[in-house]
Design a binder for this molecule. Structure first.
Ligand code: MRU
Length: 351
């Protein structure tokens, strides 16, 4: 269930704004088109955004095959700038752009020392290979997250998840849904409760759909039912993904995640975050300065063009919230399960 594929010089993105009603692919051929697709949430989910942005750089590089080295660098700087402005919260976007820029910097440096420098066309080939490697690495990482997380899932577990941290939000397999997939594949009789995830309905439209495609038992609930489900002992654990994890474990994820963590804490239910190390921002000491995207008012006031609130009403629409580390039981990464104190375990994971 890959949400993106590079084919014949374009990047094809499964249009996640149309799912589950329609399965349509959108073709992008340059960085500006990719940035618009990220901004408009045709592709979404932190790791998928990162890999897509890397392809955005690679597509633009391919357009510059005949450029002079100086023009190529200008083109790349502009591509990275546009892509970097597409969405602010998921750090995987900046991680991916830094990785592409870092590779280009290294190639330029060795070019400056070489008698037979690489052509701009060669540079474009290298950048495409890097984006492809990032896509494949992401899938391998998610499988490792799944394997580590599976150990935390008891047979018969009823698991609550929020938003979509599945194959659709990554190159494939998913992070939180990767753990769920691994538990299901291990033969555990699990049942998933998917929060619908207002206002953009990633849980209803994407998670429920994705799990049904894989025959993983799933029940849809409104976000405001989570407390009642927990109070009635219908949830054994909560797993979500993350958009950015600070060095102390504070975690930004889809709006509503914080409320779930508070509820899980009150009901003494384990609350897990599943995310790759590329979602950890060691430059942020804690979650207080994580930029929180605010999305357009119409995401709350309309549903597919149909008004569901009085015209002109004032709206506040933050797309993410930050869950304090103290409410998180563990963070499941590709290197293993990180426990408190997170400052120490997170640093250890990068060694
Ligand atoms: O606004 P979205 O749909 O991009 O938000 C996605 C989430 O919050 C996910 O939980 C997160 O990116 C992790 S995806 C593996």
């Amino acid at each position: 269930m890959r949400p993106l594929r590079h084919e014949n010089g374009s990047l094809l993105l499964l249009d996640q704004t149309r799912l589950p009603a329609e399965t349509e692919w959108v073709a992008c051929s340059d960085a500006a088109a990719v940035a618009a697709a990220i901004q408009n949430m045709i592709v979404r989910g932190a790791p998928a955004i990162g890999v897509t942005a890397a392809y955005g750089v690679a597509l633009e590089a391919a357009k510059g095959r005949a450029d002079s080295p100086a023009a190529f660098r200008l083109r790349m700087d502009e591509a990275i700038r546009i892509l970097g402005k597409s969405r602010p919260t998921a750090v995987n976007l900046f991680w991916a752009l830094d990785r592409m820029n870092g590779l280009l910097g290294k190639l330029e440096e060795s070019n400056s020392l070489s008698d037979i420098p690489l052509s701009t066309s060669d540079l474009a080939d290298r950048l495409l290979a890097e984006a492809q490697a990032m896509e494949e690495e992401d899938i391998a990482i998610n499988r490792r997250i799944g394997a580590h997380g599976n150990a935390l899932v008891p047979d018969g577990a009823r698991i609550l998840t929020h938003c979509n941290a599945g194959a659709l939000a990554t190159a494939d397999y998913g992070t939180a849904l990767g753990v769920i997939r691994a538990a299901h594949d291990a033969g555990k009789r699990i049942h998933v409760h998917a929060d619908e995830t207002r206002p953009y309905l990633q849980g209803a439209r994407l998670t429920a759909w994705e799990l049904m495609q894989d025959n993983i038992p799933v029940t849809l609930n409104c976000d405001n039912m989570a407390g009642w489900l927990m109070a009635n002992k219908r949830i054994d654990l909560v797993i979500t993904g993350a958009d950015r994890i600070a060095a102390n474990g504070d975690t930004a994820n889809k709006i509503g995640t914080y409320s779930l963590a508070v509820l899980a804490n009150y009901h003494r239910i384990p609350f897990y975050i599943a995310a790759p190390l590329s979602t950890i921002d060691l430059g942020m000491a804690d979650g207080t300065r994580i930029p929180i995207e605010e999305r357009p008012a119409r995401e709350l006031t309309e549903f597919r063009g149909i008004p569901i609130a009085p015209e002109g009403v004032r709206v506040y629409n933050p797309a993410f919230d930050v869950t304090p580390a103290e409410l998180i039981t563990a963070i499941i990464t590709e290197t293993g399960v990180l426990r408190k104190p997170f400052q120490k375990s997170i640093l250890g994971a990068f060694r």
